[in-house]
Design a protein around this ligand. Structure first.
Ligand SMILES: *Cc1c(COP(=O)(O)O)cnc(C)c1O
Length: 432
């Protein structure tokens, strides 16, 4: 299947090029030429399929022309090595826990599958690829973990100093090996901007094979659609309309859900839930997209003022505001409301949600679902990644998993970087 550049739809590339290059030379995002619809026979047997079986069938429908089934099975089995359980909290309320991977956030799913695709495409290629990744928290650690020690790949992470949690920072800065972390004196948008400038720099690109592991890379999106099917599989056969609330920052997770919807997944409505960085809920309300400066919140992985996957959301709906709003409604809340939501979930269900999942819960509650609906909110991070906020709001103790305890005991190792492209470029050139 060919992949086209959203900015220049006549420009088409192979899957390999879309994955290895991440964005077009005009900084456009790639989209598959068409989104296949899964056959009725797949949906009939869905409740009996495991996560890996679902992942294989769904990925085979999209990637099957480009990757042979045996290789695809390997990628699936090696990347999806942890459960993604759907837990019932109430008669019609469920939470889909995406945080059981090695770095305790949902980005493990996309990053590990992407690492598998990179290994597949680079196996008989002696190119060395440098992955640049700007992170507002969890992407960097998931990518570092997924690509650690992988042949032919070096990872360079940029994160905003003082704007990620302590455990996120430790996960980013303690890998060593082929992973380098830059602590940027700026915010997430500055980090993203530095990365974009590097991609647009011909001199640097002649010297290095630069690519991105941010959710602009299509390789991260596809695997994120698998767990929407897996959620419905775990639900079994239900007749009630299903509403899924997705905590969103760059909107890769939601875009993957919308792709699953186009592939035939019967979802009545998605909720695009976020914090005070609410440019997408604003667009859904009045049809105007107006990127803003990023504002810092306690749900920091969603602190994004100009969400990178927004063009893909538009593309899926042929840029028709009305058709997007048929499927997606927006929700946003403040830090205080996020804290109240964490308190409420704990009080009602003894469930410790992290700030991101709590926003998705609040979005579900605000959406006006009734007993006749089934509501699923997505929990994207383990509460132990945000222990202070969770403990304060719920008056309970958060258990820290051993893997995180071990990581917290390691020494932080990051290079300081001013918010200056020249500085960044010099340092990159010296590194490689
Ligand atoms: C990255 C992240 C999000 C936002 O996901 P997008 O795909 O960028 O919308 C939400 N919650 C957590 C914990 C994250 O790490």
């Amino acid at each position: 299947m060919k992949y086209y550049d959203i900015k220049n739809p006549d420009q088409k590339v192979s899957l390999k090029e879309a994955v290895i290059k991440s964005i077009s030379s005009e900084s456009g995002l790639y989209m598959p030429k068409h989104i296949p619809v899964m056959p009725d026979s797949f949906f009939a047997k869905l409740p009996d399929l495991s996560l890996q079986e679902i992942a294989f069938e769904v990925s085979n429908a999209i990637l099957g022309e480009d990757i042979p089934p045996e290789a695809l099975k390997n990628i699936v089995n090696e990347s999806l090595t942890f459960p993604i359980p759907l837990k019932q909290l109430d008669e019609n309320l469920y939470v889909l826990e995406l945080f059981h991977g090695p770095t305790l956030a949902f980005k493990d799913v996309g990053a590990r599958f992407m690492a598998g695709l990179f290994q597949y495409f680079l196996q008989d290629d002696d190119r060395e690829v440098v992955i640049l990744v700007a992170t507002s928290g969890d992407t960097g650690s998931a990518v570092a973990n997924a690509f650690y020690d992988k042949k032919g790949v070096k990872v360079v992470i940029l994160y905003p100093s003082g704007k990620v949690s302590e455990s996120q920072e430790k996960q980013l800065t303690t890998m060593g090996g082929n992973i380098t972390a830059f602590e940027v004196n700026g915010n997430f948008d500055d980090c993203q901007h530095l990365v974009k400038q590097a991609f647009a720099d011909p001199e640097l690109n002649r010297k290095l094979n630069l690519t991105s592991a941010n959710s602009i890379n299509i390789a991260r999106l596809f695997p994120q659609s698998f767990y929407y099917f897996h959620a419905l599989a775990q639900l079994g056969t239900v007749a009630n309309p299903i509403v899924i609330s997705v905590p969103s920052g760059n909107f890769g997770n939601l875009t993957a859900g919308l792709i699953a919807g186009k592939m035939g997944l019967p979802v009545h409505q998605f909720i695009a839930a976020t914090n005070i960085n609410h440019v997408v809920p604003d667009y859904l309300k009045d049809g105007v997209f107006n990127p803003q400066q990023t504002q810092h919140t306690i749900s920091n992985a969603m602190d994004v003022g100009n969400p990178s996957n927004f063009p893909r959301m538009l593309e899926i709906y042929q840029k028709q505001h009305l058709s997007i709003t048929n499927d997606v409604c927006g929700f946003w809340c403040t830090d205080e409301e996020t804290r109240s939501a964490m308190a409420e979930i704990y009080k009602k269900y003894l469930y410790q949600a992290d700030p991101h999942g709590a926003i998705a819960y609040a979005g579900l509650m605000a959406s006006g679902i009734t007993k006749d609906h089934i509501g699923i909110f997505i929990e994207t991070a383990h509460p132990a990644k945000f222990p202070e906020e969770v403990e304060k709001s719920t008056n309970s103790i958060v258990q820290i998993p051993d893997s995180l305890k071990n990581c917290m005991a390691l020494e932080k190792n990051a290079l300081a970087l001013e918010n200056s492209y020249l500085d960044f470029k010099q340092k990159l050139k010296h590194m490689f």
